[in-house]
Design a protein around this ligand. Structure first.
Ligand SMILES: Cc1cc2nc3c(=O)[nH]c(=O)nc-3n(C[C@H](O)[C@H](O)[C@H](O)COP(=O)(O)OP(=O)(O)OC[C@H]3O[C@@H](n4cnc5c(N)ncnc54)[C@H](O)[C@@H]3O)c2cc1C
Length: 365
């Protein structure tokens, strides 16, 4: 995968500046050219046809160098997986190849001011408007919303929770770029107002009433999977930086690695990272075998990997000292990004409840 090798190499040198300026259009185009936007779509749909293990491996490699770049893979994959799974043949033919090749960039627009962890509380309204639908609401925190051509929007119609693809050049769409947030600063995030946006009926994905349970459910499952691997990559990158620093930095008469407490931090971090990665691998195996338990294992992998990315990045900053706090510090950037990973795609607390319910229900033996 030469295109991906090149992308990883450029992120290794430039991700710090992307964190300040946002991922440049040329990088998004390079990612599209490398196939990153359609990794696991079939080759018939102009994707690369990778299996879950291979998809995870790319997410891990990108995650180890730049969370915002990995998030591009994640959000495009989420929307395309949902359309591919629940769209009609006509919808799949129209949207899936265009999303897989990056001809169109997608945003996932579910969160609102009163609906974050509990997406069943969304108030964005879908009203019938002749043969079309009229959508009104305000969506927050749309990753790559600043540059997206099309949004997968979750709202409420008389039949229940409903999803539609909304083109961002439609009348009534206002994109408000967000900057200065804690992490994922390169991810061109936007809040998006939808003011009576008219969409044709053939832009609805799945029948009204199935938007959250099916369409958003598929998108979030896909997103959690690539976030999990991205976090495993982040932990690996932070550990590598901490090891390199501890092995060379001299204070007084000793290299940092000569201190037992520093070696213990590195040892604990390695074990934590290996444990989270093992859960990611288990999720990959189950997804490739189409086992129903893959849904649960993906939640568990994302939960574990996000926690480990947060703790290992924190420990890496500790080992680097002030060098981890300077502008442009990679571990400092990952420390900020990793915190966000414990909040999005199902927060740590919500995941714990889901995992606990599954365990109590006899799902894990
Ligand atoms: C950088 C970034 C990018 C994002 N990208 C997107 C995107 O592309 N598309 C999109 O739609 N959204 C996106 N989001 C929004 C994200 O999905 C939400 O922030 C997330 O779902 C949590 O919702 P909330 O922030 O409203 O927190 P809340 O739901 O208000 O939760 C706050 C806290 O309360 C806890 N909590 C909530 N409910 C429970 C419960 N039942 N039991 C126990 N604890 C609970 C949570 O765990 C959390 O710790 C993004 C957010 C950020 C910060």
């Amino acid at each position: 995968m030469i295109g991906i090798d090149t992308l990883v190499a450029s992120a290794e040198t430039d991700a710090g500046s992307w964190d300040e300026t946002g991922l440049p259009v040329e990088v998004v185009e390079a990612a599209a050219k490398a196939g990153v936007l359609g990794l696991d779509r079939t080759t018939d749909c102009r994707g690369l046809g990778l299996n879950a293990a291979e998809l995870g491996s790319v997410a891990e490699r990108l995650g180890a160098v730049c969370t915002s770049l990995r998030s591009l893979l994640t959000v495009q994959g989420m929307v395309n997986a949902a359309v591919d799974r629940w769209g009609t043949a006509e919808q799949r033919a129209r949207w899936v190849p265009a999303l897989a090749t990056g001809e169109l960039l997608a945003g996932f627009a579910a969160t609102e001011s009163g609906a974050g962890s509990d997406l069943s509380s969304v108030t964005t309204s879908f009203e019938e408007h002749g043969p079309d639908h009229r959508i009104t609401g305000r969506k927050l925190w749309v990753t790559f919303g600043e540059v997206a051509d099309v949004l997968l929007v979750l709202g409420r119609s008389p039949a229940g929770l409903t999803t539609a693809l909304v083109e961002t050049d439609a009348l009534g769409v206002t994109v408000e770029p967000v900057s200065g947030q804690l992490g994922m600063r390169g991810a061109r995030i936007a809040h998006i107002a939808l003011d009576g946006v008219v969409v044709p009926a053939d832009h609805l994905i799945a029948p009204p009433g199935f938007g959250l349970s099916h369409v958003v459910g598929t998108a979030l499952d896909h997103g959690r999977y690539t976030v999990a691997w991205g976090c495993a990559g982040m932990a690996r990158g932070c550990l590598a930086d901490a090891v390199a620093h501890a092995s060379t930095r001299v204070q007084g008469s000793a290299v940092l690695s000569e201190h037992d407490s520093v070696r213990a931090i590195l040892g604990r971090s390695w074990v934590d990272a290996a444990g989270a990665r093992a859960l990611c691998e288990r999720a990959a195996e189950q997804r490739d075998a189409h086992e129903p338990s893959a849904l649960f294992t993906t939640i568990a992998a994302k939960y574990a990997a996000a926690r480990v990315a947060a703790s290992v990045s924190g420990q890496a900053v500790q080992v680097l000292g002030a060098a981890g706090c300077v502008p442009g510090s990679r571990v400092g950037r990952f420390f900020r990004d990793a915190k966000v990973m414990q909040i999005i795609e199902g927060s740590t607390e919500v995941a714990e409840l889901q995992i606990g319910d599954y365990v109590l229900g006899g799902g894990v033996r």
